[in-house]
Design a binder for this molecule. Structure first.
Ligand code: ADP
Ligand code: MG
Length: 219
């Protein structure tokens, strides 16, 4: 179950992870983009934690829309509107709900993926965050009913998809300007998305493996 309180705890925990991973995400983006992805995300989620604490959040829909609007106005870059769209879509699926179950979570994440793709036009394999959102949601669609094992496996599938972007050629976003020279570096938005799922599913089930991303050969 995810409640308003555990959703806010998720945002706080993800913000802490982003603070710890800012340099790594910037290094990845520096290799195949402009070097700001870690800074962008940490800034946006810092603002989001503050905004969520100041707001009276009646339900999960309001919590997600407050997060979305803050991300859209503070993250910047390509990723701000994309993460903002993801949480706006979640807010419409979770409108009026005080808690969500596994089915609502899967429906929400599926709507988020559709929103990210409608906005950014990327398909799975283009070496963007879509690779990770697609891996996560398609695992959940193929593995019903939802046990904690299924949630953990879904997160591991998302982590693996992020690591596998290393060998892909970027087809969307700044990294696509490099063509085949984008091979050999993991996509920073895929890594930040996999970490998001580590924390979201941890808030939802109390489980989910957290990778030590700094120790992996991501570039
Ligand atoms: P910018 O590229 O504008 O500097 P960021 O560095 O914050 O923005 O974010 C880069 C990330 O955004 C990429 O690693 C990629 O995952 C994601 N991204 C960029 N363009 C797209 C797109 N069209 N569709 C999906 N994701 C994208
Ligand atoms: Mg960037």
């Amino acid at each position: 179950m995810l409640t308003v309180d555990s959703f806010v705890q998720f945002v706080e925990a993800y913000h802490e992870r982003l603070r710890a991973l800012t340099d790594l995400l910037n290094v990845l983006d520096n290799r195949i983009g402009d070097g700001d992805h870690g800074t962008n995300m940490a800034r946006g989620f810092d603002a989001a934690v503050k905004k969520l604490h100041q707001s009276s959040l009646g339900d999960l829909g309001m919590s997600c829309s407050t997060l979305a609007m803050t991300l859209i106005s503070t993250v910047g870059g390509a990723s701000g509107p994309l993460y903002g769209t993801a949480f706006l879509k979640l807010s419409t699926v979770w409108k009026g709900l005080k808690s969500v179950d596994g089915d609502s979570l899967r429906r929400g994440l599926t709507a988020s993926l559709e929103g990210i793709q409608a906005r950014g036009k990327a398909v799975p394999g283009d070496k963007t965050m879509v690779d990770v959102w697609y891996a996560m949601t398609s695992y959940l669609h193929q593995n019903d009913p939802f046990s904690s094992e299924v949630w953990n496996q879904a997160v591991e599938t998302a982590q693996q998809a992020a690591v596998e972007t290393k060998d892909k050629i970027a087809k969307k976003g700044r990294a696509s300007y490099l063509g085949t020279r984008s091979v050999g570096v993991c996509d920073p938005g895929s890594v930040s998305s996999a970490v998001l799922f580590e924390e979201l599913i941890h808030s939802f089930t109390g489980g989910a493996l957290r990778l030590e991303w700094e120790t992996l050969a991501l570039y």
